[in-house]
Design a protein around this ligand. Structure first.
Ligand code: ATP
Ligand code: MG
Length: 576
């Protein structure tokens, strides 16, 4: 591709709304342009990268035995009403009406449509298993679209859905998809980790997220420092502590509770400093509104509550911190003074609370706390693992210290069971002629987000450093001076010989200063830069520089193709 002919508007400045590096660099390198919040045009440079991700995903999905289909983007409300999600999906679902006033939505995910498709065609266990995938546009009216393609409203996803007659078969396919995802992200050339993820209401351990490691990632990953255990911090379990290992001195255990004045002191830090009690002895009490009514969650003052764990413990679909009014209703006090003693709503407490003695808690009245609180004696709670895991906590598998890393979720695999098939009366006939709901799994990959995550992980101050498999071009050819006929002649020869050998070459044939061209080359991040100048031509050579390496080297023109081949040779996917 000749740069003079390419629709490639690069920018010196980052757009004002670009908070993360991938968004800045994708815009500056002419990959994307914003149309509306969370909605983008993909320009030729951007589409090349997206197509690379898609190609790897498509090849590996097909190799795994899945079959590609294409489902519509505009979906009838009836199917969503059947599954019950029309009412519970909330405002992320963009609803529209046709000219007859019929309800539709823009597809944010396709469980309903695929379940409907399969129930119409598949009658017998003999037609199973089946895994169907598509690479297609999704729409989610995200509350805060941001970070460019990373969290768009309209975005491209590979989504796959599998159908099985037995649980064992569904689990086999889950493992097959797990392995397939490992191959996909390896082939993309990314540093990533598969982590155990939150399964929400569905339960079981059958959900993994694939996280590209990057310090700018939105998600926190708890990984063991010595065994392979890794989990989303939302999910990461913390074992029950050994009793008696709590933070409190035993001598204060027997004292009766006593109310003390704590005017205006609401935060753990304020109360702890004022009463001269370490945060670990405070019983932080948070009131939540749930679909089971208000509940109180108790954690030690030096810990954070993990809402996903609380949600599971309570068994509620919805969970939100209670507002001032709801807190007042539950405790009779303004916010900041809730405590478990005398509270008449269900109490859920983290293990660590059980071991507190001489505890401090809100008094459920304004400007007051109580001291000498003894859990068990002064209140009864349901105990469990409710706090967020921290760096250094013991690994739930082997006990070694946990490390917290940051990542970007690019893929998610899920064993669904019969959630959708049962709700949508979607059945097959088993060996005995009995009707049973399909056992399902679903498997997603964010295509645009994978490209963005690749940049978050691979860049420097000058621009993108594309992993070879995702790079928009293989080589970036820079003639230093297009007004020098020798240089042009040699550049044209290099260009046609590399193109002939099957390489994608971006040929910067502009009449620009070399400095400008080099800056753009660094910004765009193609793996190999080849510079042609009259100076090196005198030695029969061109200059070759890898984007990821520091220095350049001279290569004889006749050895160039071999050199490029060597640099671009990448490890094939396992078995590929
Ligand atoms: P998140 O937790 O980041 O909102 P999710 O759990 O809702 O994502 P899934 O429903 O699991 O996402 O979707 C599968 C994949 O689609 C995700 O792993 C992610 O890579 C991608 N994805 C989800 N939402 C977006 C978005 N708004 N923009 C771009 N990609 C997205
Ligand atoms: Mg997810």
């Amino acid at each position: 591709m000749r740069l003079t002919r390419m629709f490639l508007p690069t920018l010196k400045e980052s757009p004002a709304d670009a908070e993360v590096i991938s968004h800045r660099l994708m815009t500056r390198s002419g990959m994307i342009r914003k149309v509306a919040a969370g909605i983008y045009n993909l320009l030729p440079m951007g589409l090349r990268v997206i197509r690379n991700v898609e190609r790897i995903v498509r090849e590996e999905m097909t190799r795994s035995g899945a079959q590609e289909v294409s489902m519509p983007f505009v979906l009838p409300a009836e199917l969503w009403k059947e599954s019950g999600r029309w009412d519970v999906y909330g405002s992320e679902l963009l609803r529209v009406q046709d000219r007859h006033g019929r309800d539709f939505c823009l597809g944010p995910t396709h469980e309903e449509v695929v379940t409907d498709m399969v129930r119409r065609e598949v009658r017998s266990y003999r037609q199973l298993p089946l895994n169907l995938f598509q690479i297609q546009t999704k729409f989610r009216d995200e509350i805060r679209p941001r970070f460019g393609l990373m969290r768009g409203r309209e975005f491209v996803m590979k989504d796959a859905y599998s159908f099985h007659s037995t649980d064992e078969c569904a689990e086999r396919e889950y493992r097959n998809m797990y392995d397939t995802y490992m191959r996909i992200f390896e082939r993309c050339g990314l540093l990533f980790r598969a982590v155990e993820a939150e399964t929400g209401q569905i339960g079981g351990s059958f959900s993994h997220e694939f996280m590209v490691l990057a310090s700018t990632g939105e998600d926190a990953i708890a990984g063991c420092s010595s065994c392979p255990y890794a989990a989303n911090t939302e999910r990461a379990e913390i074992g029950e502590p050994v009793a008696g290992m709590g933070p409190s001195p035993p001598d204060v255990k027997e004292k009766a509770i006593e109310e003390v004045r704590t005017p205006g002191m609401k935060s753990v830090e304020e109360v702890s400093a004022f009463l001269k009690v370490p945060p670990a002895r405070l019983i932080k009490t948070l009131i939540y509104s749930t679909d089971k009514g208000p509940v109180a969650a108790l954690v030690a003052g030096d810990c954070e509550i993990n809402e996903a764990k609380l949600k599971r413990a309570v068994g509620t679909e919805t969970l939100a911190l209670a507002d001032e009014k709801a807190v007042g209703g539950a405790t009779g006090a303004p916010m900041g003074f809730a405590g478990p003693v005398g509270l008449r709503i269900p109490l859920y407490a983290d293990w660590a609370v059980r071991d507190i003695s001489g505890g401090v808690a809100g008094a459920n009245s304004a400007d007051a706390h109580i001291i000498n609180v003894a859990p068990g004696r002064d209140f009864k709670a349901r105990y469990g693992d409710l706090r967020a895991i921290r760096e250094g906590d013991p690994c739930p598998r082997c006990g070694s210290p946990i490390e917290i890393k940051r990542g970007i979720e690019v893929g998610h695999i899920f064993k669904l069971g019969a959630k959708y098939s049962a709700a949508m009366n979607s059945t097959f006939l088993d060996e005995n002629g009995g009707a049973r709901p399909f056992i399902m799994g679903c498997y997603g990959i964010g295509i645009g987000r994978t490209a963005a995550a690749a940049i978050e992980q691979n860049h420097d101050a000058e621009g993108i450093i594309w992993p070879r498999p995702l790079a928009p071009f293989d080589c970036h050819l820079v003639p230093v001076n297009v007004n020098d006929s020798e240089t042009v002649k040699a550049s044209e020869a290099v260009y046609s010989s590399l193109v002939e050998k099957g390489y994608d070459v971006l040929y910067d044939d502009r009449d620009e200063r070399a400095g400008v061209k080099f800056k753009d080359a660094d910004l765009i991040g193609v793996p190999v830069r080849i510079t042609v100048s009259s100076k090196t031509l005198k030695e029969g050579a061109v200059e070759v520089k890898e984007r990821k390496a520091e220095g350049a080297r001279l290569v004889k023109t006749e050895c160039l193709a071999e050199e490029v081949k060597k640099i671009l040779a990448v490890k094939c996917a396992p078995g590929g």
